[in-house]
Design a protein around this ligand. Structure first.
Ligand SMILES: [Zn+2]
Length: 258
């Protein structure tokens, strides 16, 4: 998804989105900032095989906070490693899924004014590949799990947190997550990679918070027309045409020719 630049303060507000009113404590905010810097430094773009390292780091953070290893699952597809974390509820009921993606579109350091894989804060703004799309979402979810642990809160039903590893490319780990037994039957999902809030530049007052209900995807069509040539005012009776359409992952979905 495309995101507009977001002010640093929004991260703190975002971190609290799944919890009752109130910001985190200063130490919880500092922990979120540390996780944000660590995950930003990982080049989790396709071809760099860094999502397993990110899963290892987040697993370490979560298990240190007391999340049992049995409530963490990993799902692999090629070099991509996704992660699920379950927070068991008090009662049986359809779980709620929260999702974020760990991967980013690649960034070439030579194309950037600042280092893309380093968290840089300037004048109240964060810079770096994935600061909003979607590592802020990853940090919001991980911080929410840490707060649930720290404050001893147990949800009424299971909360499942899915961390996707290839949202920007094939989305194969999204499918694995959707099919996982913890997720199947979820009543609904909240996607941190959509919507978002804006604060007024001058006053810091909240201006708008967007909630997205659905998302369309796109298909790219490639049309090739071949003909022996001639003049357009005297078209030939027959042209040869072949069309192909591509899914978002770039694979050919259908071909046809006439
Ligand atoms: Zn995204």
């Amino acid at each position: 998804m495309r995101h507009m630049p977001v002010r640093a303060i929004v991260l703190a507000a975002f971190v609290c989105v799944a919890l009752p009113a109130g910001a985190g404590t200063p130490s919880q905010d500092a922990a979120a900032r540390e996780i944000y810097a660590r995950v930003l430094a990982m080049r989790t773009s396709a071809g760099h095989a860094q999502t397993p390292a990110m899963v290892a780091y987040l697993t370490e953070v979560l298990t240190k906070s007391g999340v049992p290893a049995t409530d963490i699952a990993t799902l692999d597809h090629g070099e991509a490693r996704a992660m699920l974390v379950r927070v068991p509820g008090r009662e049986r009921g359809r779980p709620i899924l929260f999702s974020a993606h760990m991967d980013v579109v690649d960034a070439r350091p030579e194309d950037w004014e600042r280092s893309p894989f380093q968290l840089i804060e300037e004048n109240g703004y964060f810079f770096g590949r994935g600061t909003t799309d979607n590592k802020a979402g990853v940090v919001a979810l991980v911080s929410t799990i840490l707060r649930l642990r720290a404050e001893g809160l147990q949800p009424s039903r299971d909360l499942v947190f899915g961390f996707v590893a290839d949202e920007e490319t094939g989305m194969e780990t999204t499918k694995l997550i959707a099919e996982h037994e913890w997720v199947r039957g979820a009543e609904f999902a909240i996607n941190t990679d959509a919507g978002g809030g804006l604060l007024d530049d001058a006053t810091g007052k909240p201006l708008i918070y967007l909630v997205q209900g659905a998302e369309k995807t796109y298909a790219t069509f490639e049309l090739t027309v071949t003909n022996p040539g001639g003049h357009s005012s005297r078209p030939r009776a027959r042209t040869t045409r072949s069309t192909r359409s591509f899914t978002r992952s770039g694979r050919s979905r259908s071909t046809g020719s006439r």
